[in-house]
Design a protein around this ligand. Structure first.
Ligand code: 13P
Length: 250
């Protein structure tokens, strides 16, 4: 049985004060470890949020990292810095970075390797554009993003991976994938993962769905056999709606 994993991606939202209040609200509503829960605040609030969540059942993640552990990389943050700030997770390959600022697959692959070898758990995001879905290229896109982004990973690194399937057309649009579309994509991702890393790793892999997940559609998605959790954007910015999704996973 795979344990459900719900993560909130706060993107470039919140102030120091609202981030603190949101973290407190989330911590209060997650009483046990029945579901794995994490929040990914903006970099400046990581240590603050980690302080609030210390001793709670809610973990902290970064939204991105560089592949180097230090260096002349203005504006970047290393995996070790995320660990020092109290992070357990990091998102890599979110569509707002892949498509928003053209981060290439090779770069993402280096980040996954660096983050996992530093000791972070990586939520590796994949997903097709609307035009790719309409052209029936979804499987080709997912296959490519997985094989390029995860090429050459060690067994240890594979054990630290979660995949988030986020169809780009569903992110922030209110347009959620139909259950059969989500299940089909998740099953395909698991099949690709099995071909890359073996059946046992694929069976243990957690695959989150992301894209307009809300408390009222979460249950239907989370009961699908290959949907092991959710990566939540907009609905993660209010403790009540995020907790609604966490409770739908129980
Ligand atoms: P929304 O839940 O706002 O659609 O965002 C999804 C997402 O991008 C999470 O990483």
């Amino acid at each position: 049985m795979r344990k459900k994993f719900i993560a909130g991606n706060w993107k470039m939202y919140t102030t120091a004060a609202t981030a603190k209040a949101l973290a407190e609200g989330v911590a209060k509503g997650v009483a046990d470890n029945a579901v794995t829960v994490a929040v990914c605040p903006p970099f400046p609030w990581l240590a603050l949020v980690a302080d609030v969540l210390r001793g709670s059942a809610v973990a902290v993640g970064g939204q991105n990292c560089h592949y180097a552990n230090e260096g002349a990389y203005t504006g970047d943050v290393s995996p070790q810095m995320l660990l020092d700030a109290g992070c357990k997770y990091v998102l890599v390959g979110h569509s707002e970075r892949r498509h928003g600022i053209n981060e290439p697959d090779l770069f993402l692959n280096r980040k996954v390797k660096a983050a996992t070898s530093a000791g972070l758990n990586v939520i590796f995001c994949v997903g097709e554009l609307l035009a790719e879905r309409e052209a029936k290229q979804t499987e080709d896109v997912l296959d490519y993003q997985l094989s390029a982004g995860l090429a050459g990973l060690s067994k240890d690194a594979v054990a630290k991976l979660t995949i988030a399937y986020e169809p780009v057309w569903a992110i922030g649009t209110g347009k959620v994938a139909k259950p059969e579309e989500a299940q089909e994509a998740h099953a395909f991702i698991r099949k690709c993962f099995a071909a890359q890393f073996g059946e046992a790793a694929a069976n243990a892999l957690l695959i989150q769905y992301g894209g307009s997940v809300k408390p009222d559609n979460a249950r239907e998605l989370l009961k699908l056999p290959d949907v092991d959790g959710a990566l939540v954007g907009g609905a993660a910015l209010k403790a009540e709606s995020f907790l609604g999704i966490v409770h739908a996973a129980v």
